[in-house]
Design a protein around this ligand. Sequence first.
Ligand code: PEP
Length: 264
Amino acid sequence: MTDGAGRTPLIAGNWKMNLDHLQAIAFVQKLAWSLKDARHDFAAVEVAVFPPFTDLRSVQTLIAADKLPLEYGAQDISEHDSGAYTGEVSGALISALECRYVLIGHSERRTLHAETDEQVAAKVDAALRNDLVPIICVGETSEDLEKHGPSAVPVAQLRAALAGVTTAADIVVAYEPVWAIGSGQAATPDQAEQVAAQLRSTLAELLGADVAGKTRILYGGSVKANNIAGFMREPNVDGALVGGASLDLTEFASIVRFRNHVGV
Ligand code: PEP
């Protein structure tokens, strides 16, 4: 099932550096059961989790063995395919674990690990050549917001990230204002919609109207069960990238089930 524009909403949980592989198994199992008990329609709202690298094999094994209708992905990817890159994890290694998605250019990577726009673009290419769907994270700091307004930096980051992409590609864009991440101060639905609309126009300009119409744009930044509905009512917001609240099973399941509790 899709929204009015034909895009299936995606609720993605970025666990960051939390939960070991045993905790991951317990969490994913409980999440699947709790959503199944609530008769969640996984075809109507897709659910994905992004555990640390060390958990991915355990999550893969569980999801495959129990045929759980959940997707999963990695939180980062190397721009290189193989070789002497100590500590890096390549697209081929991530793909071998049957991940569908990979987060690229999260603001914590950009700020704490000095990841540049060029590296983000190289990682997007690495994801696509390894059959992974990149979730390209873009967003402005509060200083950017003051200096350049809301959409200039996210749009510039998206342009840079897509520098090597010329044909139709399966990608997801996550608009995450840096000032809203982990701050408890989410953007308003209207703010998210305005930037999402600009990002969609940019996709249309770069990759054509067809790709732009099919690409899901998520909002991220202090999403909770009590504010998800407002974002999901916006025509250009197709889901959420959830950090802190994705580690609380009840809260995350409630975000996933936004349609049931708000009638969207
Ligand atoms: C994130 O880190 O991607 C995020 C959106 O975090 P939070 O939901 O905690 O703001």
